[in-house]
Design a protein around this ligand. Structure first.
Ligand code: ADP
Ligand code: MG
Length: 291
């Protein structure tokens, strides 16, 4: 590509809100054949809300006050959802100390001399807790594309909280454009399989990987590159930074975290996934003009 045509392409992409930070990304974008999308904050809005509070003994405020006691120390989008629900219901957060966040699993702390844990099923089950009494409630949550978070105090399982995040209004259309342009689209998430499946279906994605730990997202990118794909990764979170850096082209959602933006070649200023097919189309047109 001539420097002039690349400059024109970079300028054109900027008009569409795709800021190209690494010079060769524009040319690589036209060769992409697989786009891997993070779920939370990328396909979805990233502002989840509590949809359901189910306490084993019917005391929902008790469940919420303990959950809020934990989440007031966390910066995860899920924490935001639980804290606003507690506020809306006038529930005071419990004083939880010894807070710890376990990446991709949940949060823990101490309350009244006993450990409190809030997180996904897999993690709580490895802690020896029996979640079978909550199976029905959890299924209802995942069927609505929500994420079930289980809460235990000591050995006692207190209940499950459902948190759901809406899909961005234009995610489905942008994904359809990628398919029309001949690309394969895949979603990766730390969320459970049932929730991942519900979101993927709503967004028009047929391939997804669920329960991927934050540190393993980059491995999925490398695996797919190893299979011969030219891979784009699209993400917004701290969790996504290594995967963005491992991709042929990393796209960071402009409303996401600074670490993600610094690890990606292209920033999508408008937060919309349309920036990905826009960049690909501009790249293909640019490259065609040079030959
Ligand atoms: P994603 O890939 O969707 O951004 P994460 O890797 O951040 O998800 O988290 C994966 C899972 O770990 C969540 O779906 C949740 O079950 C659990 N988890 C992570 N952080 C928290 C938290 N602050 N509170 C409760 N659960 C959490
Ligand atoms: Mg995310």
């Amino acid at each position: 590509a001539t420097p002039m045509s690349v400059m024109v392409g970079v300028g054109k992409a900027a008009e569409y809100g795709a800021l190209i930070r690494q010079g060769d990304a524009l040319q690589t974008a036209g060769k992409l054949d697989l786009v891997i999308l993070d779920k939370t904050g990328t396909i979805t809005e990233g502002h989840p809300a509590v949809t359901r509070v189910h306490a084993v003994n019917g005391d929902e405020n008790r469940l919420l006050s303990l959950a809020a006691g934990l989440e007031q120390h966390s910066e995860h989008p899920l924490a935001e959802a639980i804290l606003s629900k507690a506020k809306a219901d006038d529930v005071q957060a419990d004083r939880v100390d010894g807070f710890e966040a376990l990446n991709g699993k949940g949060v823990k702390g101490n309350f009244e001399g006993q450990p409190v844990r809030l997180g996904n099923r897999r993690w709580l089950e490895t802690q020896g807790l029996d979640l079978t009494p909550l199976k029905g409630a959890a299924r209802e949550i995942t069927e609505e594309a929500g994420t079930p978070l289980f809460l235990a105090h000591g050995e006692q399982v207190l209940g499950v909280i459902g948190v759901a995040d809406a899909i961005k209004p234009d995610s489905k259309a942008a994904i359809a454009r990628l398919h029309d342009a001949g690309l394969k689209v895949m979603m990766v998430t730390g969320d459970v399989d049932a929730t991942a499946k519900a979101i993927a279906t709503k967004a028009g994605i047929d391939d997804y990987r669920a329960e991927v730990l934050p540190e393993d997202k980059a491995d999925v990118v490398s695996q797919m590159r190893g299979l011969g794909y030219t891979v784009a990764m699209v993400g917004d979170g701290i969790n996504d930074a290594p995967a963005l850096a491992a991709a042929d082209v990393g796209f960071a959602i402009g409303t996401g975290t600074d670490v993600a933006i610094e690890s990606a070649a292209i920033t999508l200023m408008r937060g919309s996934l349309h920036g990905v097919p826009d960049a690909i189309e501009i790249s293909r047109a640019t490259v065609k003009n040079i030959h």
